[in-house]
Design a protein around this ligand. Structure first.
Ligand SMILES: C[S@@+](CC[C@H](N)C(=O)[O-])C[C@H]1O[C@@H](n2cnc3c(N)ncnc32)[C@H](O)[C@@H]1O
Length: 440
């Protein structure tokens, strides 16, 4: 059913709210204030609490509207429908406004905190219209063995011949490896990871399955030839199982990380830099020139924050890092050794369980940094942090809803929100990262 509606306000998941005869409708590819024609998703009936639908025509556009920068991910009616970029119809300044409103709204509703949260863009994203940022992509091989994405409301898969959200370096590797030509087992999962910058392979031994320079004239034949990974169903098909990432902070410190090709690493080419700068600046500010410090780095991954925390904050620093994925902990320990850092107790395990048994010299942290998964830290971990007596807590969040819930808990436990900043490290999608500082 097609019908005309006036769009009212932002909702979740990149959708907006409209009403039809008093019933809420969540509309994809819309913007507040617009008059649009939408097609309601099937099935819908009179008893549904709310309906969902998608824009088919824009009659009165918002000033924030742009033509979808990646049409294949745009509305189904305009030839799109593959998902993965639910804000392709919004200008980058419009996306920052939307994401700021989303975080602020969640902080008000669930965090009981009246705060306007600014969201910063990442250098070059405006010029690049929010494309060219993903250093990791995942796709499924279609029936013809080509990388593909599923089109909404159908069982057909759309084969791809480029990934506009991915970096130039990643697309170059994909071309060199003829990834878009296919030849994969139908249904297999294709993951391609290419560090940015790629020129960081110094000292890495060639890996089994790696293409030789002769095989890969041009892009891959350069000095950094092995610093990428093509994984099929989690198994290395080409490149290296271990990738090398470098992160240069604003203060000139540069850190080198080896990370497992199948493991977690911040996906936007600039995200590790933006987040590590923010975290380290806040930690230094909280330590206020102290010459010694105890720091906790919870949900620490391969050590993105651990290395700068251990070496670029106080003169004498002891760090406790906790991470659940064993491979990531091994990477972090290797990264610390390679950086000559022996002041980190790097533990593998569930954060909550591991915190039950902490050596005395690390039990009283000055600052706690935590970067939990989407579900957030939840009450018990917030209580363990509060019980540690930490004066400052720096919370890195990829989900504003979980952050807002944990904000309410931390506030209950005596912390005040001292600073909060959003980072748009997922342009053209509704996702957003937030860094919040709590103090007491
Ligand atoms: C958002 S990532 C952050 C990693 C790191 N700070 C970074 O930026 O690269 C969250 C990490 O938490 C880990 N994790 C998830 N649940 C956990 C738990 N209950 N205990 C310990 N680690 C956990 C995941 O393996 C993942 O590495």
């Amino acid at each position: 059913m097609n019908t005309q509606v006036r769009i009212e306000r932002y909702a979740d998941q990149g959708r907006c709210v409209a009403h039809i005869d008093g019933r809420v409708v969540f509309v994809r590819f819309a913007l507040p204030g617009e008059l649009v024609t939408i097609r309601l998703d099937e099935p819908h009936d009179r008893d549904d609490r709310f309906w969902t639908g998608e824009v088919t025509e824009v009659i009165e556009p918002s000033p924030d509207r742009v033509d979808p920068v990646w049409p294949l991910a745009g509305p189904l009616a305009w030839g799109g429908g593959v998902g993965g970029a639910d804000m392709v119809h919004v200008s980058i300044p419009g996306q920052l406004k939307w994401k700021s409103s989303t975080i602020s709204e969640q902080m008000r509703r669930l965090g009981h905190m009246d705060v306007d949260v600014p969201v910063a863009g990442v250098p070059d994203d405006v010029e690049r219209r929010g494309l060219g940022w993903r250093t990791r992509i995942e796709m499924i091989a279609d029936d013809d063995g080509r990388p593909s994405m599923r089109r909404r409301e159908s069982h057909t898969r759309v084969s791809l011949d480029a990934m506009p959200l991915a970096t130039d370096a990643l697309n170059a590797v994909a071309d060199e490896l003829h990834v878009w030509d296919g030849g994969f087992t139908p249904g297999s999962q294709i993951r391609l990871a290419v560090p940015e910058p790629r020129n960081a392979t110094a000292g890495l031994p060639p890996q089994r399955g790696e293409l030789s320079a002769q095989q890969t004239e041009g892009g891959l034949a350069s000095s950094n030839s092995s610093n990428y990974a093509l994984l099929i169903d989690g198994k290395l098909r080409a490149g290296s199982q271990t990738l090398t990432e470098t992160v240069r902070l604003n203060d000139g410190h540069e850190f080198t990380y080896t990370v497992d090709a199948g493991g977690f690493w911040q996906v936007h080419r600039q995200a590790p830099i933006a987040l590590a700068n923010e975290v380290i600046d806040l930690v230094r500010q909280q330590l206020d020139g102290a010459t010694s410090a105890v720091l906790w780095d919870l949900y620490s991954g391969s050590g993105l924050f651990t290395l700068p925390l251990a070496s670029a904050t106080a003169e004498r620093t002891q760090v406790l890092s906790i991470e659940g994925a064993k491979t990531a902990v091994k990477s972090a320990q290797r990264n610390l050794r390679a950086a000559g850092l022996d002041n980190v107790d790097s533990r593998a395990g569930d954060v909550s369980k591991t915190l039950r048994n902490i050596p005395k010299n690390l039990a009283l942290p000055d600052v706690v940094v935590l970067d939990p998964p989407r579900a957030g830290a939840k009450r018990h971990v917030c209580e363990q942090i509060a019980d540690s007596g930490a004066r400052s807590v720096i919370y890195v969040a990829c989900d504003p809803t979980s952050l807002a819930r944990d904000t309410a808990t931390l506030t209950d436990l005596g912390y005040d929100l001292a600073h909060i900043q959003g980072f748009d490290i997922y342009p053209n999608t509704h996702h957003v990262e937030t860094v919040a500082l709590f103090t007491k």
